[in-house]
Design a protein around this ligand. Sequence first.
Ligand SMILES: Cc1ncc(C[n+]2csc(CCOP(=O)(O)OP(=O)(O)O)c2C)c(N)n1
Length: 581
Amino acid sequence: MKVSDYIVQFIESQNCRYVFGYIGGAITHLVDSISKSENVKFIQVYHEQTASFAAEGYSRSGKGLGFCMATSGPGATNLITGIADAFFDSIPVVYITGQVNTYEYKYSKPVRQQGFQETDIISIVKPVTKYAVLVEKKEMIRYELEKAVNIARSGRPGPVVLDIPMDIQRADINPADLCGYDDPDKNVIMAIDWDRVRMMLSDSWRPLILAGGGTSGARDVLLKFAEKQSIPVVVSLMGKSCFPEDSDLFVGMIGSYGNRCANIALANADLVFAVGTRLDTRQTGTKLDSFVRNGKIIHVDIDPFEIEYSRVRRDYAVSCDASVFLGECCDKVNKDLSETAEWRSYLSAIKSEYSQKKEVERNIQNKAPYQLMDALSAVSEENAVFCVDIGQNQMFSAQGLVLKKNQLFFTSGGMAPMGYAIPLAVGLSFAENNFRSICAIAGDGGFHISTQSLMLLSQYNLPIKVIVLNNKTLGMIVQFQNLYFDGNEAATTCRGGYMVPDIQSLAASYSLPYRIVHSKDAGNQLIWKDIFTIKGPMVIEVDLSHPTIVSPKLEVNMPIEDLSPKLEKDELSRAMFCGRI
Ligand SMILES: Cc1ncc(C[n+]2csc(CCOP(=O)(O)OP(=O)(O)O)c2C)c(N)n1
């Protein structure tokens, strides 16, 4: 059997029906083998970066493992942003790159290159992968594939890269002779000190759950635990959609761009269950001593390094899978609900006083982007997925969308590459096979960066609504420039040298239906309802007309509750539970 055929058989066995990639000489054997498969299809994209993000989308759907392929040299290097993104946001993806023949490869010789398009991709991606290896011997193919998949999926998930020379791809093997991989770490579990957890909860009057992206596979037990104990919940950006946001227990999203009510909740909790989160600076702010300063933190993260090297003071930290921890919490801890009643009623008052709606009423001139989020929250389908890009559009969505139980929200937290949303939506859409309606939300900048991926929407009639929040600027950076650079709009506005293409013409050149929604109609539910009744892809340009601002925002060196625009001192101290006790 040819090695490339064996690889395809293996991919089929991983519940993967689509491989995203861009052809080139060094992966032609693999693409040829896929083309002969009845179970897996090669989706030829229009930029390797699109393939790298689409494979993440495929994995993030939970429907199967994402696979991605690119040729040696420029094909492989074009994958790097996606590989790094999957690494920082813990998404299991198998990236396969073609390589020059082993007899052409330079190995450790001090020359720059021997073969055409030869590039040592393995050394380049090592710091942003869980595992990356050049498969030099055909006999190792089964072992390396099984090892790669196991590593990608186990523990804290992440990307792996297999670099496969052309002569290995075309070599002949007998599958019966190949050795497999045996996971050596199968049963390593860190014990949880339940007495300690119980004690901390029983001493607490103001408990709060902070759910991070690691709870995305633990939605049911998170809800069960929170409801059983009536513990209010805040989420991080990556944790958004892990808890139903129409629940009374939900307070909001925390962090540098968190909802004000959620940051205030965090500042006043006396016990935080921080689960499936690495407590990064965008969550804690830079003034670490103010983070949960009136309380204790139980930190649960599957990655033992995050537990060991956290910058945040924790009172109990354990490396454990979020679903295992929360599942056991449901059985092993119990709290007298009357003890936390005052905290819950305080939080519901804070939630209503410092909701995103009130924030917008008070502090935002151009309300259109937030009105848009209100409308999308109201009319989007029960099982809609929101794939969200980077910039102000990301924060409008994260702060403004109120998600229901079965809706999903995917964005990039650690790497945050503009141009992420549409390719991500493409991968998800192939995995979902029309089951979910998908919105890709992007700014004009991120949209332009990923324009070529629009081809796939019309080519495969993918049910993706691309919503472009067109403020004709790189809005997030303009906001930053206004804050710290005296409003010098270098490289971010038309004056500064940044231009936006004609979005309608772009949609037309990719044969996509197009609608424009003007600023005054951004919150018009009827318009959005009408848009969602149309099946298939569409580009919807939301013309935001005027400058846009994200609010609230935590400035550098500020305590987590003291978001800008700042509340009057008196008002803030009245808002603090701890100010009253
Ligand atoms: C690939 C990449 N380049 C640069 C940045 C830095 N950056 C972050 S947000 C942003 C502006 C985004 O502008 P746009 O896509 O128009 O969205 P808006 O902020 O206006 O909603 C930039 C340049 C980035 N995150 N990714």
